[in-house]
Design a protein around this ligand. Structure first.
Ligand code: FAD
Ligand code: SIN
Length: 520
């Protein structure tokens, strides 16, 4: 029996992809529930986005944007996905973000949007709100969603597993039905109970996986939950080996605060400790080469010179302009004792973005019926082997909107298509979790991924990682099966599963391409 009423569309994740999907489904008249595991719906990768979102530059065209995406993707971007984003994206920025949600993008002196540039873009086409674009978009979208009567947002709810007919129905004959998702088991962090949420359509929008690495730009929750749930449910995943490392994160203490690529778009120079623009050695576009090439160039320079980091230098621009254009970066660096108007910024690469994920079509449909995915958790084929800067937020908007519209429309126009299965209730376990085990397992995962499945890979490193992660995966599985459920335990189980997915894809892909680089 269901513990909550059946709903039309369940959206798991409240970042831009989830919010766009929920809004689009609700606007179709569907009853939508959007859940997030965090305390506040804003928390997630979207909130931290800095540089901006692609719009439409002067002399720009869908063909030109498509060509830039394909060039950055190292020959593996799907031209159909790139073309779709290029044709639909700018219109949706205008209609959904600006007109419906009222995102306060920065404007230029003539009242048009202030468009900036980033690496591998052939024209300035990136709309932004100072250096905190994600906050502006996320808070405006959540406020807009709050005005939709059919949409409900629930925080502190962690999806544990997708419910499928073959895995969870108590009717043994359901194993013969095509793979079908009917909702999710969801852990309520307040009551510590697991709800069986049945939905006509489910959309996964759980974001990225940066937190399986030791050093990352991603916030705490980004540990690959969606990919792990999809894997266990049997959904097809693609391109998991392509984890993008952002070239420039602040090299300070343990954290890796992002120093936006838009600094380089606005003229910052990337130099070695001696002040030389070393990126010209690796690519004619120098500091503005595609991201994978810049990240490896920094790594190589550090390896060859013994330097601890590279430096970004924007001191040639007027101080007042820097403080106004990059207030967040200015303030954060100042806390670390660096005044970016007068000092060079020490930077190193860190894990940033998953180009692969759950394989989806142009409406976000996965290989499992009634399950869609959108945003960073998905693989639309757009990013190929390396993502072009600022395409991610636009992909969330385009595919989130399309998935939400499609799911909402299906749920309300074909209600007789949906069966409500009898799903087995959750089996509770009671053994307390030892936090020391959780902490050590996470450290092992993160160090293994950083050292052996990182920016530069080799057969020996991958094999070593395989030994470690395979064993750990089994051990965590045993531990999970007898322990009292918690958000932390769910995250750990998913973290090791997703790390293995990245690793196995990396072991299979022998050719160096884009973000997957093998020294051997
Ligand atoms: P998220 O915004 O990460 O949202 C995921 C949601 O899923 C969260 O609500 C989370 O709580 C929830 N969730 C996860 N697991 C569960 C679970 N088990 N149960 C319930 N809820 C769950 N891209 C650009 O295009 N331009 C930029 O300028 C840019 N800057 C960036 C800067 C930083 C520092 C970072 C980290 C990324 C940046 N990116 C940028 C990438 C971009 O921000 C992300 O790819 C994008 O925001 C992902 O959105 P999403 O909706 O897919 O996921
Ligand atoms: C940045 O501002 O450098 C991040 C942009 C992105 O990840 O697309």
């Amino acid at each position: 029996m269901a513990h909550v009423p059946e709903i039309d569309v369940l959206v798991i994740g409240s970042g831009l992809a989830g919010a766009a999907a929920a809004l689009a489904a609700a606007r179709q008249g569907a009853r939508v529930v959007m859940i997030t595991k965090t305390d506040r719906p804003e928390e997630g990768n979207t909130w931290y986005a800095q540089g901006g979102i692609i719009y439409h530059g002067a002399n720009d065209s869908p063909e030109r944007l498509t060509a830039d995406i394909l060039a950055a993707g190292a020959g593996l971007s799907d031209p159909a996905a790139a073309g779709l984003l290029a044709r639909e994206g700018p219109r949706l920025v205008k209609e959904v973000l600006i007109e419906q949600a009222g995102v306060p993008f920065d404007v230029d002196g003539a009242g048009g949007l202030d468009l900036t540039s980033e690496a591998a873009h052939s024209v300035a086409r990136i709309a932004h709100y100072k250096d905190a674009t994600g906050r502006a978009i996320e808070s405006s979208m959540l406020a807009r969603l709050g005005r939709e009567p059919g949409a409900t947002v629930l925080c502190r709810r962690t999806a544990v597993d997708l419910l499928t007919l073959s895995h969870h129905s108590r009717n043994p004959l359901d194993v013969y039905a095509p793979p079908t998702c009917v909702g999710a088991y969801v852990f309520d962090q307040e009551t510590r109970r697991v709800e069986t949420i049945l939905a006509k359509e489910t959309i996964l929008a759980t974001g990225g996986l940066g937190r399986v690495y030791l050093h990352t730009t991603n916030p705490a929750g980004a540990c690959g939950d969606g990919v792990a749930m999809a894997y266990r449910a049997g959904a097809r995943c693609l391109n998991m080996q392509f984890v993008q490392f952002h070239p420039t994160t602040l090299y300070h203490a343990g954290e890796r605060f992002l120093i936006s690529e838009s600094l380089r778009g606005e003229g910052a120079r990337l130099v070695d400790p001696a002040g030389r623009e070393f990126m010209k050695d690796y690519h004619p576009d120098g500091s503005l080469a595609p991201r994978d090439i810049v990240a490896r160039g920094i790594h190589q320079m550090m390896h060859e010179t013994g330097a601890e980091c590279a430096f970004l230098d924007i001191t040639h621009r007027p101080s007042a302009w820097i403080r106004e254009r990059f207030p967040q970066i200015y303030a954060r660096c100042l806390e670390a004792g660096i005044d970016i108007t007068t000092d060079r910024i020490p930077v190193v690469p860190a894990a940033h973005y998953s180009c692969g994920g759950i394989a989806v079509d142009d409406r976000g449909r996965t290989s499992i019926a009634r399950l869609r995915a959108a945003g960073e958790v998905s693989c639309t084929g757009l990013h190929g082997a390396n993502r072009l800067a600022s395409t991610s937020l636009l992909e969330c908007l385009v595919w989130g909107t399309r998935a939400g519209e499609d799911a909402g429309r299906a749920a309300i126009t074909r209600p007789s298509d949906y069966t409500v299965p009898d799903v087995a209730p959750w089996q509770y376990e009671t053994e307390p979790v030892d936090p020391a085990l959780l902490a050590q397992d996470w450290l092992t995962i993160r160090q293994t991924m950083w050292n052996y499945v990182g920016l530069v890979r080799s057969r020996r490193r991958l094999e070593r990682a395989h030994q470690i992660l395979r064993e750990l995966h089994m051990e965590i599985g045993r531990f999970y099966a007898r322990s009292e459920l918690s958000d932390e335990l769910i995250g750990l189980r998913n973290g090791v599963q997703t790390s293995l997915a990245v690793l196995l894809a990396a072991m299979e892909a022998r050719e160096s391409r884009g973000c997957h680089y093998r020294v051997d």
